[in-house]
Structure formats: structure tokens, C-alpha cells
Design a protein around this ligand. Structure first.
Ligand SMILES: Nc1nc2c(c(=O)[nH]1)N[C@H]1C(S)=C(S)[C@@H](COP(=O)(O)O)O[C@H]1N2
Ligand SMILES: [Mo]
Length: 387
């Protein structure tokens, strides 16, 4: 653990005397603690971990999660081509392709089609322990159901997919049998017509009751409740209905999972697109109160109700954690676990979530047949130093 805050550094109290938490944040930036409650430091956070590694990239400091949705200025953020500047006043969403009435819709016209409000959390499919699980957040979004927008233009019978293009673009190399073509393209993702017409997807213009920030896709983005970040297209510029599957880079090539599964006694290798979130629980904060340790964390998944969240301390048995009430089907789910009588020293804590369909959060070893690093929902053991 050469790369981590060492036990010695924590013990000698250098961080405490500087008044800084392990991520270099002042302690007051954390949710209010009870008077007799103190933060228990994690010893597994890489020393060089920064929550804001670049102007357009931000990780959430998951220790700051409380019961309310993530504030926009803390919401994690990342993208491929940087930030396009879009003027909300002159903005028009282009509706093109296999539709009866192609249209350019202003924000006001979209708002007149219907309004829905949903707390929905998501993580980047590349989120993992390497980023202290900070590529995840939970927002309250306001927007218009996608179905309403599609009904207003009418989908033609031969339409198969709806493709969403952002205003952001870049030059990409497209390889074909040893030849490479350089083409300019926009960020694009697609879903089936059936999914597009289902009640869930919506086009959001607000986060936390305010217009979207530039980071989150101002003025309009797609929200796919229960799905990973990549399909949630920001700076939405064009919605295009087509007869063929969309095979753009960020749909078919960049965001892919290669995984081996035993099916009918045979190993089957599958390459799949990044869609629904795999069930993942994360221990986000540990505090000490008297002789008890309060262990707190979150779960993200595809919206399937959970059967259980369990916590294991060191080599002990799995023990049930308590789930807080859901904010919505698609909000992240928060859990608490109380551990009585922790001896001073370093301990390992790990959690695992199980949904009602029997999907169990796997261990890292159980994920070994997943060869690509996306969709890493493995159990995330945390080390803490109890004083
Ligand atoms: N237009 C556009 N939308 C995009 C992306 C992008 O590069 N361009 N990146 C996607 C990815 S990979 C993620 S994880 C989420 C991040 O959303 P956030 O910045 O609001 O957290 O945006 C998605 N939507
Ligand atoms: Mo992502």
C-alpha cells in the first residue's frame, strides 16, 4: 500500500492537525456529525487522488454523501470532447430521420409537451476503486418524457432505433480492414424504439430545480434511469430515428464489455454495449460514536428492488445492513450498518448488495472472466484505522 495514506501518517495526526480530511478537504465540508461522532480515516485512498484532476472532470468525494441529492457543483462529471457552448435562447432540438413531422423544438416547446421530475443516480461505466468510486452521483432531474417528444413528431413504421447526438464533436479514426479513415463526428448513442417509448427515458433541462450546468449538458440532456453514464447524452442537439442499428464509436466500439459466461456447460464469450447498471454497493463513510462504528454507503443498480445489503468486518460473517427509504426507484439506495466494539487498529470492511432477482454483487475474483475494465461492480473492500 505504498501509494496510500500510511498508517504512520494517520497516527501521527498530520492530517488532523492541519484540519484537513484525507482528500485534502476541510472537515467542515463533510455532512454534520453528531457531537460525539468522529470521522474514521480510510487508509486506502491513493495519496495522489484528486477530486478535480482537470477543469472539466470532477469526482465526487463519496464521504460527503448525505440523504439529499448530489448538489450540481459536486455532481461528478466527465466527457470525451470537452464542453460545447450552447445558447439556450436560440437552442433548437432537431428531430430527424424516420419521423412523420421533422421538427426543430425550442426549450419552451419541449416544456409545453410535458414535465416530469425524478431523482436518478448513475455512475460512469469506468467507475471503480481506482477512482475511490467517485464517478457516481445522484441528481434530481426535471424534463419531458422522451415518449411525448417522439409522439409529437410521429415515428414511422420502419423506425428501429433512436439515435441521440450531442453538440460536442471531434475527429475520430474509423478502421476498416487495415485502412483508417479520419472523420468528424458528434458524440452519439442509440436505444431501441421500444426502450425510447417506455415510460422511463426523459430529456432533462434542470438539475436540482435549476437549469443544467454546462458540465451536466446545458441546455438539454438525455436521462436513462437505471443505466450507466455513457448513454445519458449531454448537450443533446439531434434525435434521429433510423432503420438500422447505430454503430458509432461510443455506441459500438469504445463502450463495450467482453465477458465470458458459462451457458449450457460451455464458455460463451459475449461482447455487449454499456446499458443497465450492474448492482454495486460502496462503503462511503465510517464514523465512530462511543464504542460504535457507523458504516454508511450507497447502492446503484438498474432500478430492481434490493433484497439485501450486507457488511463484513475483517474475516467475520456477512451481517445485514439497514436500507434507508428509497427516494425513487432509480435513486441510489443508502444503507447503514452499526459495528459495536471495534478494537483499535486497522480493519477491513466490505459490503455486498443482492437484488430480488438474485443478482449478487460479485467479488473481484468472480469477475475475472470479464476481460475489459468497464462495468466493474466488484465488491470494494475498504481499510479504516480505528483509534
Ligand atoms: N454529449 C456527450 N454526452 C455524454 C458524454 C460525452 O462525452 N458527450 N459522456 C458520457 C459519459 S461517458 C458519462 S459517464 C456521462 C457523465 O455525465 P455527467 O458529467 O453529468 O456526470 O455523460 C455521458 N454523456
Ligand atoms: Mo462514462
Amino acid at each position: 500500500m505504498a501509494n496510500s495514506v500510511t498508517r504512520r501518517e494517520v497516527l501521527k495526526g498530520s492530517l488532523a492537525t492541519a484540519g484537513l480530511g484525507v482528500l485534502g478537504l476541510p472537515e467542515w465540508a463533510l455532512p454534520a456529525l453528531a457531537q460525539d461522532e468522529t470521522l474514521v480515516p480510510f487508509t486506502d485512498i491513493p495519496e495522489d487522488f484528486k477530486t478535480v484532476p482537470a477543469e472539466t472532470v470532477r469526482f465526487l468525494d463519496i464521504r460527503k454523501i448525505d440523504g439529499s441529492p448530489t448538489p450540481p457543483d459536486q455532481f461528478f462529471t466527465t466527457q470525451h470532447y470537452g464542453h460545447p457552448q450552447v445558447d439556450g435562447a436560440t437552442f433548437r432540438l432537431k428531430m430527424t430521420g424516420l419521423v412523420d413531422r421533422p421538427k426543430d423544438l425550442s426549450l419552451d416547446e419541449l416544456k409545453a409537451l410535458g414535465q416530469t421530475d425524478l431523482v436518478a443516480g448513475f455512475e460512469c461505466s469506468g467507475n471503480s476503486g481506482r477512482r475511490v468510486q467517485g464517478l457516481a452521483s445522484n441528481g434530481r432531474w426535471t424534463g419531458v418524457p422522451l415518449r411525448k417528444v417522439l409522439e409529437s413528431v410521429g415515428i414511422q413504421e420502419n423506425g428501429l432505433e433512436v439515435v441521440f447526438f450531442g453538440a460536442d464533436h471531434g475527429t475520430e479514426e474509423v478502421e476498416f480492414r487495415g485502412r483508417t479513415f479520419e472523420v468528424e463526428q458528434n458524440y452519439g448513442r442509440s436505444i431501441s424504439i421500444a426502450k425510447a417509448m417506455s415510460p422511463d427515458p426523459f430529456l432533462a433541462w434542470a438539475l436540482d430545480g435549476k437549469p443544467l450546468t454546462v458540465h451536466q449538458g446545458y441546455p438539454l440532456r438525455l436521462i436513462m434511469p437505471g443505466w450507466y453514464g455513457a448513454p445519458n447524452v449531454k448537450w443533446l442537439a439531434k434525435v434521429h430515428v433510423q432503420e438500422d442499428p447505430y454503430l458509432g464509436k461510443f455506441q459500438a466500439r469504445w463502450y463495450r464489455t467482453l465477458r465470458g459466461e458459462m451457458i449450457g456447460g460451455e464458455m460463451m464469450w459475449k461482447e455487449t454495449a454499456i446499458t443497465r447498471m450492474r448492482v454495486k454497493s460502496v462503503i462511503a463513510r465510517v464514523t465512530k460514536q462511543g464504542a460504535n462504528l457507523n458504516v454508511f454507503g450507497f447502492v446503484l443498480n438498474d432500478g430492481t428492488p434490493l433484497k439485501s445489503v450486507e457488511v463484513r468486518v475483517d474475516d467475520g460473517p456477512w451481517q445485514a445492513a439497514t436500507l434507508r427509504p428509497n427516494q425513487s426507484q432509480y435513486a441510489w439506495k443508502l444503507f447503514d450498518f452499526t459495528w459495536g466494539g471495534a478494537a483499535p487498529g486497522e480493519h477491513t470492511l466490505v459490503s455486498r448488495a443482492t437484488d430480488i432477482h438474485g443478482n449478487v454483487q460479485p467479488t473481484a475474483e468472480e469477475l475475472e472472466t470479464k476481460k475489459t475494465f468497464l462495468e466493474d461492480n466488484s465488491q470494494y473492500p475498504r481499510t479504516v484505522l480505528v483509534s
